[in-house]
Design a protein around this ligand. Structure first.
Ligand SMILES: Nc1ncnc2c1ncn2[C@@H]1O[C@H](COP(=O)(O)OP(=O)(O)OP(=O)(O)O)[C@@H](O)[C@H]1O
Ligand SMILES: [Mn+2]
Length: 391
């Protein structure tokens, strides 16, 4: 049953707390409540996600490879009118992505979405929407509440008597692509929905360090070691924080092993220096035994990093903190704990050392003054802290 719309609803408080500093304040009681509510509340509807970015026409969707039927994500609505993006479990935590897989056909991992939220918060970026794990009864909480007939039609019972469904796909719908409950319950991640594009418009912008989404293509950054000099000349990377924000994102993606950051999104309201949203982290945490150093290209080619980011990384490399230990503890709060296996946690410490090594190499080459940038984030600027929904 729907509850009355309350101003103190956690999803609304989350929306009201979005500011130019990030998606939520450093200590936000609303986020804890939101995670709890997304886990506890009954769903009242389920549907395919509108590709909202198509609405803005900002995405060159021909650049994005979508093997038909592989992407399975749903928008769930709760009894308090909150909404979340649901990504079901497609791969067990213990499985590693096979070496021969291309990153763009890799599975989407629900536990990567959850772990990425925790890591982003630990790094004090606050650019990933709050995300929680949940065991979903796909019969009661999806099939029985959806009014979308296409979604209803993709449910079936497997030979093992489990309830399954597959993605909306106009052609080549294969039951091999399906996900199944056991017989009804299925793990998934729930990411809190951002305010609608009408209230808080966002742009989707191609990543200058985009990868080639083909088997043999190479992008310029992969062959030209001076690529950053070109990027630096081009607006909006030529001024302000944008390039530093890209480096932050590369550091984040290197830590999680995500090679799929083809675009990033920003709220238009915060202007060119606003923060980059780290949406879609489902292709992180695929292989713990491999560190994909090319993801760090923005850092190693541009040799710049925010001082605040560097200080955080250095702190998390101290033996008394240890990124893996802080992550382990943070992830224990998730209902699907342990979200990451030990080898993935330990890989974080190893990758952190590689980032610090890349920074040291830059400092040796160019000197600290050129490499370590004092962030231009003004804590008390008139618009700081101003909410995204206020005009
Ligand atoms: N928490 C969210 N709130 C609102 N919109 C979201 C949220 N997460 C994702 N989206 C929107 O949905 C789009 C697709 O999400 P996502 O990238 O996670 O799925 P995907 O299956 O990998 O799709 P794609 O191939 O387009 O990247 C995003 O680019 C974003 O515009
Ligand atoms: Mn995606």
């Amino acid at each position: 049953a729907l509850l009355p719309l309350r101003p103190e609803a956690s999803w609304l408080q989350f929306h009201l707390g979005i500011s130019r500093d990030g998606l939520y304040p450093r200590s936000s009681p609303a986020v804890g409540r939101l995670l709890q509510d997304m886990h506890d509340f009954a769903t009242v509807s389920a549907d395919y996600s509108q590709d909202e970015k198509a609405l803005l026409g900002a995405c060159d969707c021909s650049q994005i490879v979508k093997p038909s039927g592989v992407h399975l994500k749903l928008v769930l609505r709760f009894q308090d009118f909150g909404k979340a993006m649901f990504k079901p479990m497609r791969q067990k935590r213990e499985e590693e992505t096979p070496e021969d897989f291309f990153y763009f056909v890799d599975f989407q991992r629900h536990n990567a979405e959850i772990a990425a939220f925790h890591l982003d918060r630990i790094l004090d970026f606050r650019r990933v929407p709050p995300t929680v794990g949940r065991l979903i009864n796909i019969t009661k909480e999806i099939l029985e509440v959806t009014r979308n007939e296409v979604l209803q039609s993709v449910f079936f019972i497997s030979p093992a008597s489990n309830v399954c469904f597959f993605a909306k796909c106009p052609y080549m719908c294969k039951t091999e692509y399906a996900v199944c409950g056991n017989p009804h319950l299925l793990e998934g991640s729930l990411s809190a929905f951002l305010p609608s594009l009408n209230l808080a418009p966002r742009l989707s912008i191609p990543n200058p360090w985009i990868r080639s989404y083909s088997f043999d293509g190479k992008e310029e950054w992969e062959v030209n070691p001076l690529y950053c000099d070109t990027v630096r000349e081009i607006y909006p990377y030529s001024s302000g924080n944008r390039l530093l924000n890209i480096v932050d994102m590369a550091i984040f993606d290197f830590l999680i092993g995500n090679m799929d950051r083809h675009h990033y999104e920003m709220f238009t309201k915060f202007g060119d220096d606003g923060f980059l949203l780290h949406l879609d982290n489902a292709r992180g945490f695929g292989r713990h035994s491999h560190d994909e150093i090319s993801i760090l290209a923005p850092l190693s080619q541009c040799c710049v990093i925010k001082r605040t980011t560097l200080l955080h990384l250095q702190l998390l490399a101290e033996p008394e903190y240890q990124l893996s230990a802080v992550m382990r503890e943070s992830l224990l709060q998730d209902p699907l704990a342990p979200v990451l296996t030990e080898p993935h946690l330990l890989a974080l410490d190893r990758r952190l050392q590689l980032i610090l090594k890349a920074v040291r190499k830059c400092i040796d080459l160019h000197g600290e003054a050129k490499v370590v940038a004092n962030d231009t984030r003004q804590p008390e600027s008139p618009t700081s802290g101003q909410n995204i929904l206020l005009r």
